[in-house]
Design a protein around this ligand. Sequence first.
Ligand code: SAH
Ligand code: SF4
Length: 371
Amino acid sequence: MVNLLDLDAARLAAFFASQGEKPFRARQVLRWMHRFGQADFDAMTDIARSLREKLKELAVVGPPTVVSDRLSGDGTRKFLFDVGGGNAVEAVFIPEDDRGTLCISTQAGCALDCSFCSTGKQGFNRNLTVAEIIGQLWQARHALGAYQPAANSAERAVSNVVLMGMGEPLANLDNTVLALRLMLDDNAYGLSRRRVTVSTSGLVPAMDRLRDECPVALAVSLHAPNDRLRDELVPINRKYPLRELMPACLRYLEKAPRDFVTFEYVMLDTVNDSEAHARELLALTEDVPCKFNLIPFNPFPGSPYRRSPAPRIRRFAELLMAAGVVTTTRKTRGDDIDAACGQLAGQVLDRTQRTTRRSFVLHQNGHEVCG
Ligand code: SAH
Ligand code: SF4
């Protein structure tokens, strides 16, 4: 059985061609699945009965199962998906006045082991398939009523997607690119490139590939202004140090849909939040058109860090803004349902034994990164 949610438009057309079917049939089915949220071939009424019967034998429309769906008092909504084998991943919907942002996951766990990240501490389980990545959007749209007729009210619509849930999207680049193409496809979700953001810890070769294969808005998890500190916080820095990461950001901007990179910077008390760090950060990023998004650290059991006090975060932001760099500080939302940055936890088995806990944490929800 082929899961048709694993296929972008080009692959779906190839699949239909292999069955002797015309390309426009593939487009019709693509629209039924993604634009109208249909999983039942019999309901695809403009497809010939014989083709529907053939599809029923060969294929399924199989999104991941929603195992929990919780609504916060502030409207934030958290979805937990079973992806089999004891793995679960999460997505968070954050409604705001002018947009609705869905934060989705790309891996079960993460291999990169950033020192302040709960997902990293759980270790890596596996890459999500295209169906599991795009299926988070498909399921969220169903739950939000976005597939209902006349459903265009702002609180139902997913206008923006951020790949800032569990995992490193660029370590699962092939599947991420296919899922991104579906998000952008007018016969599927029709989102503009500017409203889809990939967040990366800085996998330099994959940043170049993303730029060439499917450029969307880019957020880079910087978190430190020098290699010594970044080696400690974001270990992938030892492989791709700042002298390689900064030029990679500039190369990305040559084809990016936005003319700046967003640098994410987690605020860790006394670790990376001094005025000297802010000045060093400005010097480091001087040549890169950028914005900063400061993320107050969300502690998790066993984490060695504390969140920077609010006045220090404000001072840090002021120094960056005084130098002319747009700087936002991420709000904590959905904390009454454990949906704030660093609070999401699913029931999954930690196979790597890096920790003894049996939960995953989706560290943040990214709602101020794009727009
Ligand atoms: N792997 C990618 C995308 C997912 S992480 C990346 O690292 O960019 C999304 C953002 O949440 C990153 O900027 C990450 O550094 C941040 N983050 C991770 N753990 C956090 C925590 N405990 N508190 C606040 N932000 C955290
Ligand atoms: Fe992986 Fe991102 Fe967490 Fe680092 S911050 S461990 S790259 S998910």
